[in-house]
Design a protein. Sequence first.
Length: 592
Amino acid sequence: MLVDLVTLEQLGNIGVGSAKVRDLQWIGEGRVLVTTSETASALNLGVDVTEMFVGQVYDPASGRATTLLANTRGLFPALLSGVTIVGEDGDQELMVRAFSVERPERIDLYRVDPDTGRARLAEVMFAGIDDFVLDPVSRRTAARSEYDSRTGNWTLYVRPDDGAFREVWRTTAPIDIPTLMGMGPEGDSVIVAAERPDLTQAGQEDARFFEVDLETGAWQALRFDFPPESLWFHPVTGRLIGAGRIERDRHDHAFSDPDAGRLWAMVDTALPDASLEIVSWSDDLKHAVVFASGPSDSGTYFLLDVEAAALNGIGSAYPEIAADQVAPVRPVAYAAADGLQIPGYLTTPPGLEDPKNLPLVVLPHGGPASRDTFGFDWWAQALASRGFAVLQPNFRGSIGYGDDFAEAGYGEWGRKMQTDLSDGVRWLASEGVIDPARVCIVGASYGGYAAMAGPTLDVGVYRCAVSVNGVSDLRRMVEAEARGREHRDNEVVRYWARFMGVERLGDRSLDERSPARLAARADAPILLIHGRDDTVVPIEQSRVMAQALRRAGKPVELVELDGEDHWLSRANTRQRMLSETLRFLEAHNPPD
């Protein structure tokens, strides 16, 4: 639905059926590119079940939607890269990679007419090209990278003005693959995220981002006032304008572009206590949509007008949740058994001035190379609303706390990454906040594994466990990743092996940390919830766990979510997941 944010007049709407909306992009002032996905397969093209992305250009003036690539002979109408919009309003093209059945060895870059959806070849790109940077000004690629998943060889090619591509750097990256980020600040370079210890300067931390000159191929470390975790690029030129990080549990940004800097300063000053996110901004950086949440806000969208110095609320993420229903969240930190400080967040039921002796839900994040952040978390808030304290530990291996902290998780899957969670339980018990006899564990993806591992590996801590889309058999999962890709030894298998602490496929030591292989040890009831369309962790992983628990005579429930994927993309299945989880928790660990 398109709505005028000043008059609140509805300008138009379009139905997308059962597809899942993944992105919205303006094409000039009058049209919107709607990117959706569905779980599907194309067996005739050798494509197993995956998420297929489709783009539609919606014109509210005519009420018409045009599907990208659908009217081009030989092209499979799926988007195989992000879509970049180039050109001025009225003279715009959409740039995207696509697959031609006539040239199966290539995934070329095409120019798509937003009026007709028809595409014409822009640049030849073979399948080995894994990434590229498009210069929106020249409407052509300025850099490409090529990756061999078997050998781990990564190669960077750059192209100066009116020149041909040439190789400027090659490295071996079995797991931490360099990433092309965007154009440099002046348009004559590209920004690359990579590990370059050979460019480290004495007395300075290793840089994460580098500027590579298109003419000379020379590398230069990007330095900011703080170690950046993310970068910002101009919405029109695609050039670097700033960097960001999470500092003291809030987003912090520094901008070289004065308009962007002024915009962020106004937001940060107006909402000093909230968790902030810039959702989108206008081409001239004079307007922005900002999302803010916490400590008594379930999430509000604001429209910022820089020239008018106005910040107006335009909508709520959860309009039915009142301020007094938002549970308080505070950062915490505790010592693991080996002394490592584990940061995290504690959410307690709303209305409690001095929370004591509460039932607890441990809610570990997925990834595992991810993290929880400060602000309104819908899952933690739902649990707290029913009387539970909720601990979200950023266990070792989580990102955002430096390389040493992330690397402390290598080889600790099911080991210290697991006991970091129960160490948090013991700490909260020692503080008198929770009752150690009333603790359950809930999580999704890697967090789902941790939930199953609680009653099977780290016994004696939890009264129940809920796993959503979790991994139960590590060896089976790694073997599936090996079979499902072009090479058995690939970057995904190597990523898993790093955290699991194994060096070869089929390592039977993984069985010692696989909940499905340890079902007979389970000392608490387990609820398994899994989306049938999960293409990341197949539903087989929950079915295997359910069978193992039943054979062992252990209490287990399995709930399968029709039409749901790994990310819980649909509102109705998210709500069902919460309902099933709360029903199970209240049955086995009642808060009253």
